[in-house]
Ligand binder design. Structure first.
Ligand code: ADP
Ligand code: MG
Length: 406
């Protein structure tokens, strides 16, 4: 009975951001590639969208994990946006800092999910927005979360502005950086290397000297994003670097100013981090020598620091520890507010369906499972018994179930 009630809550299939700072965790299984199909790949991952669970045919014992939302290979980009992108963008527009992170091994679908299919060598225009020809229409349909989120942000802003009785102004800015070998560089200004991350008591984390571009349409914002991605690609190729070893962070800042009924100005600023992480796979030693070995070391540093921060946030919510090691890597320091502060965070764990990747898939699912346990103190305070992390989640679910039944 309980289960049915909970399901009725999520029947609209959107990932509800918790009322507290919970990390929402989503798993997406990509379809097999043509090559995998040709080589007779064995599928080892099953998804049950009703119970939100993923089962890995691990031997000797299959492993099942439950998440906030799970998507198998037939789930479209549009559905992913509706379930995952829209709710977090709504939170951003309400004034929350937000963070959307794609995690997973190289080739699991992180960039496809965030951005869309690999850009083909067509005229160099923005593939997310050009939909003139048939081929372009197809690409348009496959555009990922970032272009859709940008469209949605501007659409919502203009519809709020068109309600003329509301006195409202918006300013949108964006920036785009990369972390490679623990060095932060500006993808919008390729000469800007090794930037420093600072913490400001008032405005939170910021990167000194990072270019911020003021934008006024979704197309222009996506154009800035594409330009940064192009710079990233060109820079990486020129230096013989491997882009799967770098983390990229596209940040959209939405500032709004509203006059409320009493005539008082109300200002809000929200930052939305859109993060495409480096591949989570462990480096095989035979593959990493010299420069690559250094890369492997520092990738592991930022990603393992992310794992440690997530673990620490869980332990803190259970009252076990007091310190979160944000400063251990550039990535965790930059995302400090987003991961543990008063912000909405969604992690999308991308996995391959193929048995040959089963170990990496298991490790991704375990990572994602841990992220799901993060709760902030607001939830813990409501609990009087049991494991606060688990009870808090249970109470939240039951409240939602109750609300749906009323
Ligand atoms: P990653 O960024 O994690 O290394 P990619 O996003 O580049 O992985 O995905 C690897 C390949 O699989 C790409 O060719 C991509 O277009 C394709 N792909 C990934 N996810 C999907 C999906 N859900 N549907 C169709 N193709 C996908
Ligand atoms: Mg990628």
């Amino acid at each position: 009975l309980m289960k049915a009630e909970v399901e009725s809550v999520s029947s609209d299939n959107t990932v509800t951001s918790g009322t507290n700072g919970n990390v929402q965790v989503v798993v997406r299984v990509r379809p097999p590639s043509n090559r995998e199909k040709d080589q007779g790949y064995i599928k080892c991952v099953g998804v049950d969208s009703v119970s939100h669970s993923v089962t890995l045919n691990y031997r000797p014992q299959p492993r099942t994990f439950t998440f906030d939302y799970v998507a198998d290979e037939v789930v479209s980009q549009e559905e992913i946006f509706a379930a995952v992108g829209k709710p977090i963008t709504d939170a951003c527009l309400q004034g929350y800092h937000c963070c959307l992170i794609a995690y997973g091994q190289t080739g699991a679908g992180k960039t496809f999910t965030m951005e869309g299919p690999d850009p083909e060598s067509n005229s160099g225009n923005s593939p997310g927005f050009a939909a003139q020809s048939k081929a372009n229409a197809k690409r348009h349909e496959k555009r990922g979360l970032i272009p859709r989120i940008l469209e949605y942000i501007f659409q919502k802003m203009s519809s709020e502005k068109s309600q003329s009785f509301k006195d409202v102004e918006f300013v949108v800015k964006c920036s785009y950086l990369q972390i490679y070998n623990e060095q932060v560089s500006d993808l919008l200004d390729p000469a800007s290397l090794n930037l420093t991350i600072h913490e400001d008591a008032k405005s939170g984390m910021y990167v000194e000297g990072l270019q911020e571009v003021v934008v006024s349409t979704a197309e222009a914002t996506y154009g800035v994003f594409r330009r940064g991605s192009e710079n990233r690609h060109v820079g990486m190729t020129a230096m013989n670097m491997e882009s799967s070893r770098s983390h990229s962070v596209f940040t959209v800042v939405v500032e709004s100013q509203r006059r409320n009924e009493g005539g008082v100005m109300n200002r809000r600023t929200s930052r939305f981090y859109l993060v495409d992480l480096a591949g989570s796979e462990r480096q095989k030693h035979s593959e990493s020598a010299g420069i690559r070995l250094k890369e492997a070391g520092s990738i592991n540093k930022s990603l393992s620091a992310l794992g440690n921060v997530i673990k620490a946030l869980v332990d803190i919510s259970e009252g076990k520890i007091r310190h979160v090691p944000y400063r251990d890597s550039k990535l965790t320091f930059l995302l400090k507010d987003a991961l543990g502060g008063n912000s909405k965070c969604t992690l999308i764990a991308n996995v391959s369906p193929a048995e040959k990747n089963i170990d990496e898939t298991l490790s991704t699912l375990k990572f994602a499972q841990r992220a799901k346990l993060i709760h902030n103190t607001a939830v813990v305070n409501e609990d009087m018994f049991g494991n606060p992390a688990v009870m808090g989640e249970e109470i939240r679910r039951l409240r939602l179930a109750l609300a749906a039944l009323r």
